[in-house]
Design a protein around this ligand. Structure first.
Ligand SMILES: C[S@@+](CC[C@H](N)C(=O)[O-])C[C@H]1O[C@@H](n2cnc3c(N)ncnc32)[C@H](O)[C@@H]1O
Length: 234
């Protein structure tokens, strides 16, 4: 059964869903990916090529894991995390990391920042949740300085390849099962795999990034092609 909301209800649905699952979000990520999500964020931050004292914006930051990882790798930078779900950022703020992420509430489609401001703009598992992927990418390009990087970590739709049935079993049986154990109140962990199947393939997302004005766009895939990290230069 499809739990995907219609386009006009999507932003409200996504916002409420993440507010509900915020207390268990980090734990669920570790369980769903076998801890690999930590490595993907590490890899993503390396692609930012941040200068000393640089500025990083993490869009759809949730509990701030990308921004915290950026500060771990580059203690001198300023790291901002922006999200429209207050509850996710509250859990992020409370993390005892000893590092300061500045959390700002805002919409990925209308970022509350000036043009050309950041050295790198990242997003992790966000684009599949927004109403307009092209508009979100244009916003990320707008707030990044010339020469800066825009980097997106996202799931990729399962292919018909050899591992297809296994991957599908993981997505449509294991993830909802774990989700029900940890967050029995909602359909969130049915929505998450279903939203992956309608998300553009990695080469199509790369074209969207180019159309948003990014240059030298390239991507790598991870976890049997189910996750992709894209990078482009402004
Ligand atoms: C799957 S979580 C990802 C959190 C974090 N980036 C990570 O790597 O774990 C998606 C986040 O995107 C946020 N989000 C979705 N649509 C958004 C929008 N239009 N504007 C701002 N935040 C949005 C959600 O509130 C949620 O916190």
């Amino acid at each position: 059964m499809s739990v995907l909301p219609s386009l006009d209800q999507k932003a409200g649905y996504v916002n409420r869903m993440f507010a509900e699952i915020a207390p268990r979000y980090d734990l669920m990520n570790r369980l769903m990916t076998g801890g690999q999500d930590v490595r993907w964020r590490e890899e993503l931050v390396k692609l930012c090529e941040l200068p000393p004292h640089g500025r990083l914006l993490d869009v759809g930051t949730g509990t701030g894991d990308i921004a915290y990882e950026a500060l771990r790798q580059h203690p001198s930078i300023t790291a901002l995390g922006c999200d429209f779900t207050f509850e996710m950022m509250s859990f992020g703020k409370a993390k005892p990391t000893g590092r300061l992420v500045r959390f700002v509430q805002g919409d990925a489609l209308q970022l509350p920042f000036p043009d050309d401001y950041f050295d790198a703009v990242t997003s992790g598992f966000v684009l599949r949740n927004v109403v307009d992927i092209d508009a979100a990418l244009r916003e990320q390009r707008r707030v990044t300085r010339p020469g800066g990087k825009v980097i997106c970590l996202e799931t990729a739709p399962p292919t018909q390849a050899l591992l297809g049935p296994l991957v599908r079993f993981h997505m449509f049986r294991v993830i909802p099962f774990l989700g029900n154990l940890l967050s029995p109140q909602g359909s969130a962990y049915q929505y998450l795999p279903q939203s992956t199947t309608v998300f553009p393939e990695p080469d199509v997302l790369a074209q969207k990034m180019e159309r948003a004005g990014l240059k030298n766009v390239r991507f790598v895939t991870r976890m049997f092609g189910t996750v992709a990290i894209h990078v482009g230069t402004v």
